[in-house]
Design a protein around this ligand. Structure first.
Ligand code: ADP
Ligand code: MG
Length: 498
């Protein structure tokens, strides 16, 4: 794009878009300079994707102005936006699965350059150079469909770079990535910036939003509600802007010294997963278990609920041994378990909310009465849905129609309706937006205030530090450290990594 002197790379003013009566964006404006990384943050539904589509010419704005390098852009199309150097990495990456890495990266550049015949040598050389520019190693001849998600994403980024990208827009790029892959991606974004490429990083995850970008723009309900240097934001402030509410982030108050012992785990071990695990959990205590991927934390969580069979050791609840490797025995002993992947492990997606909650109670009601007390089931489930503030059109709606945060609450409601003594939450806020996350943390506080013991397995450090009384650090299957909740995040990060 021919840049007017001093004009920003991209400037928007008063951009508004409605979809059949729903206002997706209203009067949004901000600008991006060359080589600058801007975070566009906002909860689900706040208008982030709509804004991207308008910048990329995929959707047309109703009103407002957009200029590239000082040149007003009217009637943007995907073609003209791309020609101006605006490249979007959409969530599906839009790659050709049955072509190779080299072909995916090099083809559009080759065609864009006006060559009538594709020159394989040139395509390969370009792909290789682009991968090198980002310092990534991926087999040029691998078919893209065979690559892990993180590599597909890198290929998509390389393809954008190979065609003269001035601004790379990434829509929720970390959704499908592991912690380590996120770190790699953030490193790539830094390299892009250093190379003079601007990045618009779209996310609803607080830590990432603040980490890579010098400038933050926050959307809420289609409006820009905050904007400024990333240095002027912290997670609490960002959350406040994204949700429009204050969110408590102080660690929980100390346990009373006479809190009863609820659960005692001794010498729990499983070859290849974890060993010599000892800990106590008291009534009202929230105990965090953290560790990097592969540290054994997930196997341990599952073992506590009988989903993984330990080789040796014991788990006692209220002084009684719980049969190991038996989820039913664990449930009878008062242990509840909310899986990380609630979508595949925890819920019957095509069944009603009521039914999903009721399954937890079915046993209790059925056994006691000899017949099913449907009215009791209904009343109980409805009560828990209300107490957990599940937002749903009606309790008979299918679970799959709910947002992530509300699905998580349905799983919680199921367990709570059985009056558990200990609740094991594996990644309680994975995949939910900040508002729901804060509410889930509020629920954890309430449960612990009622005397429940809660075990939170998580790699979200701020989550652990604000919800837990104590945090156990796992490494190579062993508990190597213990910290108090409210410890500085950097401390916990260091102990996890050391
Ligand atoms: P985000 O990416 O921040 O989650 P979106 O831009 O996808 O938000 O959505 C913003 C709002 O616009 C939402 O209320 C959404 O339901 C609505 N919306 C988005 N795309 C469409 C569409 N094609 N038709 C109707 N409504 C839409
Ligand atoms: Mg979106």
């Amino acid at each position: 794009m021919p840049a007017a002197a001093d004009a920003p790379l991209i400037a928007m003013r008063g951009v508004t878009k409605t979809y059949s009566g729903i206002t997706a964006l209203e009067d949004v404006g901000f600008s991006i300079a060359a080589g600058e990384a801007v975070s566009l943050a906002g909860e689900n539904g706040s208008g982030k994707s709509t804004l991207i589509k308008i910048l990329a010419g995929v959707e047309q704005r109703d009103s407002g102005e957009i200029s590239f390098g000082g040149q007003p852009q009217n009637g943007l199309t995907p073609r003209t936006a791309a020609a101006a150097g605006v490249k979007v990495i959409f969530q599906d990456f839009s790659l050709f699965p049955n072509l190779t890495v080299a072909e995916n990266i090099g083809f559009s550049a080759e065609l864009g350059a006006g060559h009538r015949l594709v020159n394989r040598g040139r395509v390969r050389a370009l792909a290789e150079a682009t991968l090198q520019r980002l310092g990534v190693q991926i087999d040029l001849d691998a078919r893209v469909e065979s690559l892990p998600v993180a590599h597909k994403q890198l290929v998509a980024i390389c393809r954008a770079l190979a065609t003269e990208a001035r601004l790379i827009i990434m829509d929720e790029p970390t959704t499908a990535l592991t912690g380590r892959e996120v770190a790699t991606l953030l490193g790539i974004i830094r390299r892009l910036k250093a190379d003079g490429v601007a990045v618009l990083f779209v996310s609803h995850k607080l830590a990432e939003v603040l980490e890579v970008c010098e400038h933050v723009v926050v959307l809420r309900n289609g409006r820009k509600v905050a904007e400024g240097p990333a240095a002027e934001f912290d997670q609490a402030k960002l959350t406040r802007h994204m949700t429009g509410r204050d969110v408590a982030d102080a660690p929980p108050e100390a346990l009373p010294p006479d809190a009863p012992l609820l659960m005692a785990v001794r010498g729990l071990a499983k070859a290849g997963a974890f060993a010599a695990v000892d800990f106590d959990l008291h009534g009202g205590e929230v105990l965090g278990i953290s560790g990097l991927l592969g540290s054994g934390r997930t196997s341990l969580a599952k073992a506590l609920f009988g989903l993984v069979i330990p080789d040796t050791g014991s788990v006692r609840v209220d002084g009684r041994d719980v049969a190991l490797g038996d989820p039913l025995a664990a449930a009878h002993a008062g242990i509840g378990y909310v899986p990380e992947d609630r979508l595949t492990e925890g819920l019957f997606l095509t069944q009603s909310i009521l039914r999903n909650v009721g399954i937890g109670r079915l046993e209790a009601h059925g056994r006691a009465a000899g017949v099913l007390d449907l009215a009791g089931l209904w009343a109980d489930a409805t009560d828990w849905l209300k107490r957990l503030a599940v937002k749903a059109p009606r309790v008979t709606a299918e679970v799959r129609s709910l947002s992530g945060g509300n699905q998580q609450r349905v799983v919680l409601a199921r367990w709570l309706s059985r009056s558990p003594r200990v609740l094991v939450l594996n990644g309680p806020s994975v995949g939910v937006d900040v508002g729901s996350k804060a509410e889930i943390h509020g629920i954890i506080r309430e449960l612990s205030a009622q005397g429940l013991g809660v075990i939170v397995i998580s790699d979200d450090l701020p989550e652990l530090l604000t919800t837990c009384h104590r945090i156990l650090v796992m490494k190579d299957g062993r508990i190597t450290d213990e910290l108090a909740g409210g410890t500085a995040e950097a401390d916990l990060a260091r102990r996890l990594a050391s």
